[in-house]
Write a protein of this length. Structure first.
Length: 138
């Protein structure tokens, strides 16, 4: 009888740890991530069309959004997420510069960097929940 009791306790403890390890993001952060996704999708369309004015506008929006993400993660003292946000902001700034110069290679490189930044942070800090929403991993 001890084995089932210990197994039950272990499963219960794992459930508590899982609940404590993730949290529902505040609505302001959900909006920030949705706005970032919208800007990234717009960027993909503008990049395919080689619409440099559109790319520059998307890059400026992304630079601001990454700055907002950096502020969010700074309050949580999550150094890796702060680094991702700073890298994203730098990539967005490089993207804006390349777009204004109509530098196709520079746009492609900076756009890949922006997307990589998003992916890195999501891998480290986003957990998909059964209902399709996301939680913040710690």
């Amino acid at each position: 009888m001890r084995v089932p009791l210990l197994t039950t306790l272990a499963i219960a403890a794992a459930g508590v740890v899982a609940v404590l390890a993730a949290e529902r993001p505040p609505e302001a952060y959900v909006k920030l991530m949705k706005d970032t996704n919208t800007a990234a999708q717009s960027l993909r369309g503008h990049a395919q069309a080689k619409d440099y004015d559109g790319i520059a506008a998307d890059a400026a929006a992304l630079r601001k959004l990454f700055s907002d993400a950096e502020a969010f993660w700074t309050t949580r003292k999550a150094d890796d997420a702060i680094g991702f946000a700073k890298s994203g902001g730098k990539a967005a700034s490089d993207l804006e510069t390349a777009a204004k110069a109509k530098n196709e290679d520079g746009v492609a490189t900076a756009a890949r960097s922006v997307n990589g930044t998003c992916m890195g942070c999501h891998t480290a800090h986003r957990e998909r929940l059964a209902d399709g929403s996301s939680a913040i991993k710690h």
